[in-house]
Design a protein around this ligand. Structure first.
Ligand SMILES: *[C@@H]1O[C@H](CO)[C@@H](O)[C@H](O)[C@H]1NC(C)=O
Ligand SMILES: *[C@@H]1O[C@H](CO)[C@@H](O)[C@H](O)[C@H]1NC(C)=O
Ligand SMILES: *[C@@H]1O[C@H](CO)[C@@H](O)[C@H](O)[C@H]1NC(C)=O
Length: 357
């Protein structure tokens, strides 16, 4: 009898062990399945993919023909990770509209609320270099963020995002970033965040005003800015559009753009930065801050973070040379999760396994 019950106990233990092993295998199998089919994963987040209601979360993003895949991936990541009523305003150039519409017509993107707006290059006339080879002239859409109230004439609040980001958190959280009276926008400072440590080691004076503005110029001197003030990254921001209009932010930005074409006010340390300097001047000591986990950046400048850290971040930004759809970027697996193939076949992320073929 004793022998029998000992046997029974062993049998039960074996059965339990067996079940644990089976369950583990199933779990890792489902991991593999999700990895192989990330689109399925994103659908699972929204079994009820009906129309969304509630307060609109307004997001502005630009769409450039040669990196349209970036915009689509950013949009898909945002939409898939929230249940909020997010509405995208996609600013693009006329010749990209058709391509954009074809891509947005893909089944996995069809239910995304969006509005396509064509950027008017006339806005920049006399405010950027006349040379058609200049950085400014080649990237007109980068200036769209200066004209935010133009794209949301009725709204109180909006988010601007660069196209080389993905969002892993719920965009509603970012939207709820608190802005104090007098603050027209909130940015991520380059000194006090987790992101900052990398920059200081990296490229010289990138984390302060000196890296962006030429302090030898009279117009800059007259402002009385402290050259060692922390700069901020304008690739992600939340704006109070009422404040923006009250403070005539767009007018002020245009004034500095125009002055720069005559006086060459921006520092050349950072090569091609034409967007950050006027924003630094206009928002000097009068902007809010974004939760650091909502703007983990410099992913395009080498692999500085652990995978666990990057996985836990709410928003990833591949600013820097290495873009996640190109060669040599870090953490492309996370970007690939949200990429949806271009139905026209024009856009192709470069991946190592393809290089070998
Ligand atoms: C935009 O492109 C369409 C054809 O794709 C053309 O008919 C239209 O005139 C263009 N509009 C502008 C403002 O260039
Ligand atoms: C935006 O700014 C205006 C003017 O300061 C203020 O009345 C309003 O409450 C702010 N809105 C938000 C959403 O912060
Ligand atoms: C906005 O700023 C610009 C540049 O400083 C100025 O020319 C314009 O008159 C201002 N507009 C208003 C409504 O204050």
């Amino acid at each position: 009898n004793l022998c029998f019950s000992v046997n029974l106990v062993i049998l039960v233990l074996l059965a339990v062990a067996f079940l644990i092993i089976v369950q583990r295998n199933l779990l890792s199998l489902s991991d593999i399945l999700h990895k192989e089919n990330p689109a399925e994963l994103s659908q699972n987040l929204h079994p009820d993919s009906g129309p969304r209601s509630g307060d609109e979360i307004l997001v502005l993003i630009t769409a450039t023909e040669d990196r349209l895949g970036a915009t689509m991936t950013a949009i898909n990541s945002i939409y898939s990770n929230t249940k909020a009523n997010v509405v995208f305003t996609i600013v693009t150039l006329n010749h990209t509209v058709q391509h954009l519409n074809a891509w947005l017509g893909e089944s996995k993107l069809k239910s995304i609320k969006h509005r396509i707006v064509i950027f008017d290059p006339e806005l920049l006339k006399g405010k950027i270099s006349q040379d058609s080879n200049s950085v400014e002239a080649s990237k007109p859409l980068a200036f769209a963020r200066f004209y935010l109230p133009l794209y949301f004439p009725e709204a109180e609040k909006a988010i601007y995002l660069d196209d080389d980001v993905i969002v892993q958190g719920d965009i509603q959280e970012l939207f709820e970033t608190n802005l104090k009276p007098g603050q027209a926008a909130a940015f991520s400072d380059d000194c006090d965040s987790t992101s900052a440590k990398g920059i200081i080691r990296g490229a010289g004076n990138q984390n302060n005003y000196m890296g962006f503005l030429d302090f030898r110029k009279e117009s800059i001197k007259k402002l009385g800015l402290r050259a060692n003030t922390c700069s901020f990254n304008p690739g992600v921001f939340i704006a109070n559009l009422t404040e923006w209009k009250n403070q005539n932010i767009t007018g002020q930005l245009q004034h500095w753009m125009e002055l720069n074409t005559h006086e060459d006010l921006y520092s050349k340390t950072l090569g091609d930065s034409v967007i950050t300097p006027p924003l630094l001047i206009v928002f000097y000591k009068r902007h809010g801050a974004i939760d650091p986990m909502w703007h983990i950046r410099h992913l395009g400048a080498g692999n500085r973070y652990s995978f666990q850290f990057v996985k836990a971040a709410k928003l990833l930004h591949w600013n820097g040379h290495y873009k996640p759809w190109g060669r040599g970027a870090a953490f492309t697996d996370l970007w690939d999760l949200w990429y949806i193939q271009d139905p026209s076949g024009k856009f192709h992320p470069i991946r190592r396994h393809e290089d070998k073929e």
